[in-house]
Design a protein around this ligand. Sequence first.
Ligand SMILES: [Zn+2]
Length: 308
Amino acid sequence: MELLEEPPASIDGGVGVGTGTCLGVGVGTGTCLGVGVGVGVGVDTDTCAGASVGLDGAMTPSTSSRSASAVPSAFALVPGMLVSNVWLYRPEGGPPWLIDCAHRAERRALLSGLKRLGVSPDTLAGVVLTHRHSDHAGNARFLQQRFGTPFYAHREDAEVLEARAERPRLARGDGSRLAGVLAGIENRWPAATLRIERGLEDGDEIEGLEVHWIPGHTRGSIFLRHDGSGALLTGDTILTAEPPLVRRPGLFLAYGSFSEDLQKAWRGVAEFHAQGTPYRALLPGHGVPRADGIRHEVVRRLDELGIA
Ligand SMILES: [Zn+2]
């Protein structure tokens, strides 16, 4: 298969959080925490943060110690990632896996973070993508080409990542002006085309991780649930940081500007919980990990929003 061209070199600049906010400056939104990085990078980094649905404010920001204690021992948050979370998963007795692989602007941070965890990329058994957006799949082709890493994603997103299906464009939606611009950037600089080892289906299991298909943020968005530890990896469908800049802690669901079908995403979250599937720790695509009754908290909020 012919692979797409790499994005502009500036995107590989290796700068994290500031990039997303800096873009805001470029488009006049007035926030710049960032460092001198190309505009294109910045926009892209926060593109798939999901969006507030009014869940804001009810959560207490976790301290770092609380956050660390919320992570089951089979998992670790790759350190140093500023835009989106990359989770290391160590199945008992097996080689390590990653859940998502960050935006390409954080390539160096990803490699450095893995090194700090004692993981060499060429030992990865594979990477499972929660969805295809560029801040989660941005280093997929790089890892595949450099280290031969196998990638797994839900069939719907796999078809897009393999360029076998048309990529749905994000509408600018009803979110903030910045969110609309970020959506436009995701449209312009999506994750590069790569080969997917196997398209996942709802109910599949991969290395001890159950696949729960929760379409809406993207058609192929999934939750991954680890029965042994009670961990639930939620990508951008449930977040613990406020979009679009994902700086402020809170509890959020995906929303319009970054999602293909917002109502479907919400219904999917409600149905997942209505089925009674248990989990004890929530490991999101953005924000801190949460435990301590997080499932009950999500259900209560869904109920308050009338989507339970
Ligand atoms: Zn996303």
